[in-house]
Design a protein around this ligand. Sequence first.
Ligand code: PLP
Length: 429
Amino acid sequence: MTDGPEYGFDTLQIHAGARPDPATGARQTPIYQTTAYVFRDADHAAALFNLQEVGYIYSRLTNPTVAALQERMATLEGGAGAVCCSSGHAAQIMALFPLMGPGKNIVASTRLYGGTVTQFSHTIRRFGWSATFVDFDDPDAVKAAINDDTRAVFCESIANPGGYITDLDAIARISDDAGIPLIVDNTSATPYLCRPIEHGATLVVHSMTKFLTGNGTVTGGCVVDSGKFDWTASDKFPSLSEPEPAYHGLKFAETFGPLAFTFHGIAIGLRDLGMTLNPQAAHYTMMGIETLSLRMQKHVENAMTVASWLETHDAVEAVTYAGLPSSPYNHRVEKICPKGAGGLFTVALKGGYDACVKLVESLEIFSHVANLGDTRSLVIHSASTTHRQLTEEQQIAAGAAPNVVRISIGIEDPKDLIADLDQALSAAG
Ligand SMILES: *Cc1c(COP(=O)(O)O)cnc(C)c1O
């Protein structure tokens, strides 16, 4: 298919990046289960290795199944190009790698997926990188945290564990003024609910593990580049603007223009970091994306129904769903994610820690797992699991206070979800 802006999202989620297999006519994108690709001749091989010709060499770098998914992701996000990799966390390292160096820092939101807080607080320090965490509802604080060594600003569109929506346009104005890219983790929203590039994001990262694949089968990540950032405007991004010794002095920005970041991600990132997505996982993810809009509509509809019901329940202290008129972030839904606030929220119970544990153990349709964005409804009591090692203060800051459970609403019949929650809340006393 020749994709163009005239096609709607529902069409693109099925067709973008895919075409009948030229060898067999297979209508579904085949799983190209191969490690390597035969060169036409020695000149062809040399041209590929010099990046003078685009083609397939070895599946650590490129694979036709993965390439179809990359094109689909770039199209759905409205970007110039995309690189897929093995997980959402891999995508975050892949996004930062071309920008960072020892002594450089990022300014990140305090409201992020717990695993991302750990990656940014501890693990990236091993590379000599660091993160400053600030409240992204306070643009002046974001601005004040940026210094000469800052190389990116990082936040989530709809932040996990839900209920928080970032004013992306306001943050983009700050990163623009500072001449550094804004990276937006769009996992919870997906491009169906929010397209961060339209709000000024430079790069969009995803854990495709969640709503994009949607069925809890595989892990995967993706970095989409808007293609709009001028890497040569300052001397801050030498990996993209300066000669690359490993490719005979080629300059990515000069040679590849809006695709510089994408080519760097493949030719340097995947080549040397090796966080490759395998073609089987790419296949499962593309199967999921074919029905993304239908599922997200149902996730949003169910989340609204269940969150509204929970809010009126006697055992419930608070519900953080941004779709609810009571949410302080409700006014941002229209601007940032007009089709809905996603399928993820937290519930605080009056009965505290013990009531949360009982609730989680009494639920029958909801599964107690460390995952989200599945067709199945999922629940987790963060304080007794993923956030167990944190102090109570840290748990509260992370939206995982002892009396809070995180709920990922699936696409089941909402009547059944409410009945299940009702019996479990009774059991929880
Ligand atoms: C799950 C998740 C990640 C990490 O993704 P993995 O695929 O588990 O590595 C990053 N950001 C958000 C918002 C997530 O929900």
